[in-house]
Write a protein of this length. Structure first.
Length: 198
């Protein structure tokens, strides 16, 4: 299983293939998640908070996978199982298209061909999303373990998205945590702050 960027979510039909604005590949958020994960996994003394440093270096695709595997050694096997299930879903889509009575045979075949052309693309997007959600869960576990009270990042779309995903994860599940996600101005810069109610 590899991590690599593929692109936005496709919309596939007998009319063609389009890509949805605003439905970005989770890959674009994964690197930020990995950087936060590595940065918060430390011994804390005093105030338990984390501020994202813009000087943090980029992480290669292979290094992102290595980091995730260091937290979850069975992640690749788990991901394979999830992808097998996703591929079954893709096959059922093809069967469903083939049974649409209102479409002409040529339209059905075009739709099926479009689905087949985009299969690898869609599978990679699913892999990226699985890895991203596992990264979020690992961050959540560290927040619980260390009882981290605050994570600050620059207020940019990708950082905001990661904090929103993390907020949703923290507020759900077996041990929900009350959170507050805000934008604040600090030294003439906009900062996103996720606070946990420990």
């Amino acid at each position: 299983m590899t991590i690599k960027y593929v692109g936005p979510r496709p919309t596939i039909s007998h009319r063609g293939i389009n890509f949805k604005d605003g439905k970005e590949d989770k890959y674009v958020y994964l690197m930020i998640g990995i950087q936060i994960l590595q940065a918060i996994d430390k011994d804390y003394t005093g105030h338990k908070s984390y501020s994202y440093d813009l000087e943090t270096k980029r992480v290669s695709d292979d290094d992102m996978l290595r980091v995730l595997l260091s937290y979850e050694p069975t992640l690749e096997l788990d991901t394979l199982n999830e992808i097998d299930s996703y591929k079954e879903h893709l096959q059922s889509e093809i069967s469903h298209v083939s049974q649409r009575a209102y479409l002409k045979d040529i339209e059905k075949q075009t739709w099926v061909n479009n689905l087949k052309v985009m299969e690898e693309y869609r599978v990679q997007r699913a892999i990226n999303k699985i890895y991203y959600m596992h990264c979020i869960n690992n961050i959540k576990e560290i927040i619980h373990r260390e009882r981290i009270k605050e994570i600050d990042t620059p207020f940019y779309e990708k950082y905001w998205h990661v904090l929103q995903t993390l907020q949703g994860s923290l507020e759900s599940g077996k041990y929900p945590v009350r959170t507050d996600l805000k934008i604040e101005s600090m030294d003439n810069q906009m900062i996103a702050k996720l606070r946990m109610g420990y």
